[in-house]
Design a protein around this ligand. Structure first.
Ligand code: ATP
Ligand code: MG
Length: 213
């Protein structure tokens, strides 16, 4: 309640996604950056290592066509492999932009010394990482980098909890109880087999009648 107004927080039903790139200058530090990503609560939804052609790099950064830095940006982004991720978490776009920090590493070092660009960036072009800046650009960029993937919305929050507790948790609990009783050597395969054999949604197929001779 604020000034008599009731503020209703809109629940996030779906996990937001953003596109992250580790640029050619920071690929040798990709493991460290990936650890920061995971520590910051993101899920790695998709990942690939690619080497863009100059044409692909200029398509990707088409919004900057005509700017003074465009040719050097395209040359840089196609100068070596990059690692691309689609990342999921609540408010993923805004959180990733915050975590990477200001565009220029020099400014980043001054104002946010622990951000990724302050830690791994070198100069105005070679600034280690990219992040989508809006929902629309995130959609376009994810499609650009992962064209073969179908993008389904991922449920989150209460919606996901309700779905799991209705459809998955009861049977999983039974399976895990049986697993603990049996203590098999390869518990994952055992559980997978158990689930296949005990799927409550499996259609009940009657044995075919033996043909009369
Ligand atoms: P990105 O889109 O890569 O996440 P950004 O959104 O922070 O970065 P943009 O303005 O979109 O910044 O610039 C795209 C990229 O172009 C920058 O990340 C940087 O590599 C390069 N760039 C931007 N401004 C300059 C500049 N003044 N001089 C040289 N390179 C620049
Ligand atoms: Mg940008």
């Amino acid at each position: 309640m604020e000034d008599g107004k009731v503020i209703v927080e809109k629940p996030q039903i779906f996990v937001e996604r953003t596109l992250a790139i580790i640029k050619p200058d920071a690929v040798s530090r990709a493991n460290e950056i990936e650890e920061i990503i995971l520590r910051s609560g993101f899920t790695l939804l998709q990942k690939r290592r690619v080497h863009l052609t100059p044409e692909q790099a200029s398509d990707f950064y088409a919004e900057h066509y005509g700017k003074m830095f465009f040719p050097s940006l395209v040359a840089f982004m196609s100068s070596g492999p990059i690692v691309v991720y689609s990342l999921g978490r609540e408010h993923a776009i805004q959180h990733w932009r915050k975590l990477i920090g200001p565009t220029k590493p020099k400014t980043a070092k001054d104002v946010q010394p622990d951000c990724i660009r302050a830690l791994y960036g070198t100069d105005d072009t070679r600034n280690a990482v990219h992040g989508s800046d809006t929902f629309t650009s995130a959609e376009r960029e994810i499609r650009f980098m992962f064209p073969e993937a179908t993008i389904e919305p991922i449920p989150a929050g209460q919606f996901a909890k309700d779905y799991l507790s209705r459809n998955v948790n009861p049977v999983l609990l039974k399976g895990l109880t049986e697993l603990c009783k049996n203590k098999p050597e390869d518990p994952i395969t055992w559980l997978a087999d158990w689930l296949l054999g005990n799927n409550p949604n499996k259609p009940n197929v009657d044995e075919p009648l033996t043909p009369k001779v």
